[in-house]
Design a protein around this ligand. Structure first.
Ligand code: FAD
Length: 320
């Protein structure tokens, strides 16, 4: 398959060369980096890529270009490649551009903003682009299925298992028992009885496992440690995670107990746009990020306190 395209568009030759060069150095092994000074010819390139069935992962545009603005270009490019991540470049101090960018982000016309100059690419450019590419990959590339669930489409337990996997960010596939793939999986496993059947990535097969069993197989802790804790938090939604982070960072031996999924209700949202604990690279200077995927809220909460002393078992209701 063709390497996915990263297309950068900008009227300023130096900026374009520096950006395309930086992207080529870091991402050139896996992506095809293209640069164009004209937004009109860049759109023509995209049309050609579409005709040839080539994937486009990232679109980057300078806001101020002679033929059209970067926002307008990204809107038009989106019509050709709806899944591509979209990045707008804006200069510091661009008073005219900032309100336009705010509006564009509110209308979801732009995913990320790269402020110029970005200085060392390691600090802002590469993390921003990596995150944008990760977003594209999640929706556009086949993924490894850690769990394969086989069952009846409308069975409540199948719904619970899908929900649990979704909220905990566990890549999974669901196969209806009467689908070709479902039948194939059942035949391969030699199982003809009760459903749902859960097939793990390592080949283990369980019939209607509890949430706790799944959590343990995937390596989550479902029992507290033997030593006493200074602080125990029940519930690892945004509030519980924040409390755990502060407790652990103050040196308290902290335990956060979660019965379903890190991130709480926020785990049901595809994108949290006003999350207060964005990492420094998104808040300081260079880049603004439009939001955080719900699963990332949870993961970030855990990473923020460095896994110092809390456990986070996604165990079933009885496990909490
Ligand atoms: C679809 C959706 C989209 C949203 N989008 C946004 C948004 O964009 N911006 C925004 O600011 N807010 C948003 N919210 C609201 C936001 O998610 C909530 O305000 C926030 O999650 C509340 O956090 P919390 O930690 O107080 O409670 P919760 O998120 O409810 O977390 C409580 C946690 O405690 C766990 N728990 C409960 N009882 C037990 C027990 N006995 N043992 C163990 N664990 C237990 C639950 O499983 C849960 O994980 C959204 C909510 C939803 C549902």
């Amino acid at each position: 398959m063709d390497d996915p395209i990263l297309l950068v568009v900008g009227g300023d030759a130096d900026t374009l060369a520096s950006l395309a060069g930086g992207l080529e150095r870091r991402f050139g092994a896996d992506y095809r980096v293209l640069a164009d000074r004209s937004p009109v010819s860049a759109l023509a390139r995209l049309r050609d890529a579409g005709d040839r069935g080539e994937p486009v992962a990232l679109l980057v545009a300078e806001q101020w270009m002679p033929e059209m603005t970067g926002i307008d270009w990204l809107v038009r490019a989106r019509e050709l490649f709806p899944r591509a991540s979209r990045c707008l470049m804006l200069r510091y101090g661009d008073a005219a551009g900032i309100p336009l960018v705010r509006r564009a982000m509110t209308l979801a016309q732009v995913d990320v903003v790269l402020m110029q100059p970005w200085g060392s690419p390691e600090e802002r450019l590469y993390p921003l682009v990596s995150e944008a590419l990760a977003g594209w990959t999640r929706v556009s590339r086949p993924r490894v299925e850690i769990l394969r669930i086989v069952g009846d489409r409308w069975a409540p337990r199948c719904h619970e298992l899908r929900n649990l996997s979704e909220q905990n960010g566990i890549p999974y596939g669901f196969y209806a028992r009467d689908s070709d793939e479902g039948r194939r999986l059942l035949q391969e496993s030699g199982h003809a009885g009760r459903l749902p059947l859960v097939i793990f990535h390592d080949g283990r097969v369980l019939v209607d496992p509890s949430d706790g069993e799944i959590a343990r197989i995937l390596g989550a802790r479902t029992e507290p440690g033997a030593d006493p804790y200074d602080l125990v938090i029940i519930g690892a939604g945004p509030s519980g995670l924040a409390a755990a982070v502060y407790g652990a960072s103050e040196g308290l031996r902290t335990l956060a107990i979660e019965r379903q999924a890190l991130g709480g209700q926020a785990g049901s949202s595809s994108m949290i746009r006003n999350y207060t604990r964005l990492p420094a690279r998104h808040r300081r200077g260079g880049a603004r990020h439009p939001g955080v995927r719900a699963g990332v809220v949870a993961g970030r909460g855990v990473r923020l306190h460095g896994g110092k002393s809390s456990a986070w078992p996604p165990a079933g209701p009885s496990g909490s």
